[in-house]
Write a protein that binds this ligand. Structure first.
Ligand SMILES: *[C@@H]1O[C@H](CO)[C@@H](O)[C@H](O)[C@H]1NC(C)=O
Length: 447
């Protein structure tokens, strides 16, 4: 009996006549009552949402959506141009609860049989989460099966407009990435239209096939760089960051580069060798001890060897060895009115350090046009003062960032933490501190 039950369910689904099955049952099997392919529903395009009923009423919605010449299209409201611009293989956000490789197999198969999707896709995101574990039902294979690899290869070979790829590494151990690498290299996968890519660790094997790449980033997201012991690995000649940087050497059009790493002199030297033409560089993560604090100038002199560099992003001052960070780790100290004051006091210390760091860097990099530290940016023009979001309005800025505590905010209520902040009181810890940072009026003179 059991196999027969399965057969009945499968038939019903294939025949798209699932409407009479209880929704909860369908949901249990990971199905849904809609006869629109899941990858299309997950695009979240307003056209699909708005006209879902009309589309579902067609005898063959897939034909209507996927075949540009379909006669069914005539019965639908005017078809949008960029319906399939952005597609994803993602069981991490969109389709939670689905197994990684199974989801990839289903989504890619559906995309591959949808011509309009292949013709239209410009942005593609892959985020595969593997449910690991010993359990027979929940544990997934650490590496993809050949049929899944083949679906990926066929997708890339048939998506001519693909210009923007986001692909974080599936799982921490690198085994899956290594399997993709081997399979892709053997089949010479090329991404000729790719202009922008955001890749996870070990995914840079894709780059030799993408000679027109203009922007490449790799930050710590999902299974990102933070899972590696960065400090030691960044320095190793064969470490993952170093290999990632080295892989840019074939990318003659690369202008923008961002990476999460411990930025060592060796890593920057490698980047100069491989991508000396960079216009924008975002150094995410932290900076090696040889270049922090008062040695920041040495780093700026090295970075100035990128002749075309106009925009530079640096880590937060704490990671530049510029703020002692004598702040509470977290927790109760930040609750309530006094917590708010403490946060402002911290912020103002960061601001002061940010200005100090920039004061060292900007004069040593006269060709730079924009400098960002910890996400705050200023334009840099030789001979002109740097203008930060808080310049000339430090007090207002501080109150925008950390408004007066009203005793009702969502912070955890504990006895003694509910008092409101005195709207007439000092913004910082004391009037003396206020005078020191804000001067007489609104400007600040003493940074
Ligand atoms: C490329 O995709 C990323 C991730 O979806 C997005 O943030 C970025 O804006 C896209 N770039 C362009 C040029 O559309």
């Amino acid at each position: 009996m059991k196999p027969l039950q399965c057969l009945v369910l499968a038939n019903l689904v294939c025949a798209s006549s699932t409407a009479f099955l209880p929704h909860s049952l369908l949901a249990y099997f990971g199905l849904s009552g809609s006869n629109i392919a899941r990858f299309i529903r997950e695009i979240n395009h307003p056209y699909i949402k708005f006209h879902q009923y009309d589309i579902e009423s067609l005898s063959d919605p897939t034909e209507a959506l996927c075949n540009p010449d379909s006669q069914f299209r005539a019965s639908l409201p005017e078809f949008p141009d960029h319906l399939f611009k952005r597609l994803s293989v993602d069981n991490n956000k969109v389709s939670q609860g689905r197994r990684g490789w199974t989801n990839a197999r289903e989504v890619l198969s559906d995309i591959l049989s949808c011509k309009a999707a292949l013709d239209g896709v410009e942005e593609f995101e892959v985020d595969i989460f593997l449910h690991r574990g010993e359990d027979e039902w929940f544990g997934e294979a650490p590496t993809p099966y050949d049929d899944v690899l083949d679906l990926f290869v066929r997708f890339f070979a048939n998506a001519p407009r693909l210009s923007n790829l986001t692909w974080v590494q599936p799982s921490t151990d690198g085994a899956a990435a290594a399997t993709f690498e081997k399979y892709f290299l053997e089949r010479n996968v090329e991404l000729p239209a790719l202009a922008e890519a955001s890749l996870g660790p070990n995914m840079h094997f894709l780059l030799p096939g993408a000679p027109h790449l203009r922007k490449l980033t790799s930050y710590s997201k999902s299974y990102g760089w933070s899972t590696y012991s960065m400090r030691s690995l960044s320095q190793q000649a064969d470490g993952p960051q170093m290999s990632f940087v080295r892989s840019t050497s074939k990318l003659k059009r690369l202008e923008e580069f961002g990476l999460h790493a411990t930025w060592t002199p060796e890593l920057v030297a490698e980047l100069q060798q491989s991508a000396g033409q960079l216009v924008e560089l975002d150094m995410d993560g932290d900076v090696d001890g040889r270049w922090t604090g008062e040695n920041l100038g040495a780093m700026a002199r090295e970075l100035n060897k990128f002749k075309n560099l106009r925009q530079l992003g640096l880590p937060h001052v704490v990671h530049l060895g510029f703020d002692s960070g004598e702040w509470p780790d977290c927790g109760n100290a930040y609750f309530g009115a006094s917590g708010r004051v403490l946060r402002r006091q911290e912020e103002i210390s960061y601001i002061s350090s940010t200005e100090k760091a920039a004061g060292i860097i900007a004069p040593l990099m006269p060709n730079l046009e924009k400098l960002c530290i910890g996400g705050e940016c200023t334009e840099t023009t030789p001979g002109k003062e740097l203008k930060w979001p808080w310049t000339g309005r430090l007090r207002e800025y501080m109150l925008e960032e950390w408004p007066r505590y009203d005793g009702k905010s969502g912070e955890r209520v504990t006895v003694g933490y509910r008092e409101s902040e005195d709207p007439q009181g000092p913004v910082l810890e004391s009037w003396e501190e206020d005078r020191k940072w804000f001067g007489g009026s609104d400007g600040h003179e003493e940074l």
